[in-house]
Structure formats: C-alpha cells, structure tokens
Design a protein around this ligand. Structure first.
Ligand code: FO1
Length: 325
C-alpha cells in the first residue's frame, strides 16, 4: 500500500509514528511536510515541522516538548543572549543547532530543500519518505492589531506562536509566497499515485491549509483516485495541543470537529475530504459531517500512548478501505 500524508509538526508526527507501527514492510509512506512555519534566525534556516517529523519518526525527538532534540542543552542560546542578540524567545538547542547548520550549508551550496531534507533523513532513517511541500520560500504571517499605529501588523508565525504564545487575537493569516510556489519534486506524484491520502490531526489553517494552498498540491488532492481521509485535531470543541483555537476563531471557523470538516469540504463538492474521523465525545457531529457528503465515524482520537495512536491509524485505514469499496 502507498500512503501519502500531508502533515504539520507535533500532532501529525505522533500520528504518523502510530501509522508506521501498524504498517507492514511492503507498505510505503510519503509525508509531505508543511514548510510555511520555516524561519531564518541567526543566519540559519530552521524548518520546525520537517524537523519534528524527522526526529519523531527517527527516534531523536524530545517526547515531553514534542519538538527539538532529546537530551538537549542550551549553551549556544545562552551565549547568543549574552551578546544581546535577538530574538531570545525561540528555543534553539545545541543538538538541534547542528541540523540547522547542515541544512543552511547545503541550501547555500545550491541544493533544493527536498534534497537537503533527504540528506538529513539519511542520518535519522524516519522510515518514511519525507518531502517538503515546496522548495520555494513560503512563510505564514499572522495579522494582529497594532495599537500604537491604530492599525494592523503582520508577524511571522513563529513570533506569534512562540514569542507571543498566540495571545493577540488573529485578524488574518497570510501565506506569503504561496501563490507562486510550486510543489517540491515528488509531491504531486505521491498524492496522485497513492492508494490512500491521509490528513493527520494537524492544524487545518497553518499546517494542512498552507500545504494545499500550493496550487499543484491542492489540485492533486482534489483529483487523486485515492480516498482522502482526515482526522480531527479538535476534540470536544478544543484543539488537542492548544492555541489552534485562537487561529480558528480569528478566521471565523467553528472550533469543532464538524466545523473543520466543513472548512475542508467534501471532495464531491470541490473540497478535500472523502472521510473524516471525529473523537468519540464528538459523536453528535457525525450526522452533520455526513450531510456534507463526507463519510464520518467516531473513534478514540487521543494519542495518549502508542497503542491508542496505532488504533487511530487503523481506524483511518479502515475508513479508507470502506471508501474504496
Ligand atoms: N515551540 C515552542 O513553543 N517554543 C520554542 O522555543 C520552539 C522552538 C523550536 C525550535 C526548533 C523546532 O524545530 C521547533 C520549535 N518549536 C518551538 C516548535 C514550533 O514552533 C511549532 O510548534 C511549530 O512550528 C508548529 O507546528
């Protein structure tokens, strides 16, 4: 079986680890990672979602935080702060730093991000083919109120998410550069030639939303012969990993399992989904999702441990199999 997943960081990575646990040796997984969270800091290119996927699937992640390296130290960051270098709000670990140095060197030598990612994965052996959504620069900026100027200002997603802890109300989201971005090599084929396309429980706006905003990828998802099955990142009306609710509220999207399904839409009606899994507690949403033309089931959707996450992966594959019949 060829499975292609479009994924953001922590939630998507944990789900995909569960997926890999339930697959056989002959199954192939391609993961298309969001790169619109990427940021240049201290002259280094940092790709948080690609790294979270690579470390989680390759066994190098800090399980507690969900991002960055295990057994991390922060000496370099302390030294930068001692020089008064900004920003100080972004956690740059010593071990993690090596990844950014290698990536930046390769990018500066002219390698596209897809090839750089493959080179980094040669060390981590994540067990999936990890592709960036695009080799082109795309950056999510969040529009917030600028009280001093009585207007609006745009901040980089990481400044909003990490620096401001997603506190200011969201007035808009802009994926700078997405209109002209093309899909990275292999991405469109991976979606079109897949047996199953999965949308893990990632942020529907700034993770999966930006991936499908790359026109070629959105088109491939709408056209693939494979069933497209998603898992709700909203459980009981709240984002599983917090803060995503603010983004949804700011954009007028209902923060519920059915609200996200409505936002994605049914493929039969020009949207993205054939199937949608909601958490058991959101059973009441099933009927509403079905009325959109999306096959829906309620299953446990909390990734409390490996077995629970594997159960979610099995449920997603079972729903895809039902859709194939
Ligand atoms: N998230 C935080 O909440 N605080 C941080 O200081 C932070 C640093 C960081 C460094 C490298 C990396 O790969 C990820 C990092 N993240 C951090 C996670 C990241 O900001 C977001 O969770 C994702 O971009 C959203 O998918």
């Amino acid at each position: 079986m060829r499975i292609t997943a479009l994924s953001g960081g922590v939630g998507g990575a944990r789900f995909l680890r569960g997926l890999c646990d339930v697959l056989g040796d002959d199954d192939q997984v391609t993961v298309v990672g969001n790169t619109a969270d990427d940021i240049w800091l201290f002259g280094l290119k940092i790709c948080p979602d690609l790294d979270t996927l690579m470390y989680t699937l390759g066994g190098g992640i800090d399980e507690q935080r969900g991002w960055g390296r295990s057994d991390e130290t922060w000496r370099a960051q302390e030294e930068l702060a001692a020089y008064g270098v900004q920003p100080t709000w972004f956690g740059l670990g010593d071990r993690d730093l090596a990844t950014h140095v290698v990536r930046t060197q390769m990018l500066r030598a002219g390698y596209p991000l897809g090839e750089v990612t493959a080179a980094l994965c040669a060390r981590w052996q994540p067990g999936v083919r990890l592709l960036p959504m695009s080799d082109d620069r795309v950056e999510t900026h969040i529009l917030i109120d600028d009280d001093a100027a009585a207007g609006r200002r745009a901040v980089h997603f990481q400044e909003y998410w990490v620096g401001m802890r997603a506190a200011p109300p969201v007035r808009g989201v802009v994926a700078v550069g997405v209109e002209t971005a093309t899909a990275a090599p292999g991405v469109v084929e991976a979606v079109l030639e897949a047996d199953v396309v999965l949308l893990p429980p990632s942020n529907p706006i700034v993770s999966i939303g930006t991936i499908v905003a790359v026109a070629q990828i959105g088109q491939a998802v709408r056209e693939t012969a494979a069933p497209v099955v998603g898992l709700s990142p909203i459980v009981g009306g709240a984002a599983v990993r917090g803060m995503a609710d603010q983004l949804l509220a700011g954009l007028g999207i209902e923060s519920s399992a059915a609200g996200i399904a409505e936002h994605y839409g049914a493929r039969a009606a020009g949207g993205l989904l054939d199937g949608w899994l909601v958490h058991d507690d959101d059973f009441a949403d099933v009927e509403r999702v079905a009325q959109l033309g999306i096959e829906c089931a309620a299953v446990p959707l909390l990734m409390s441990d490996g077995a629970a996450t594997a159960g979610m992966a099995r449920a997603a594959l079972a729903l895809a199999a039902r859709l194939q019949c």
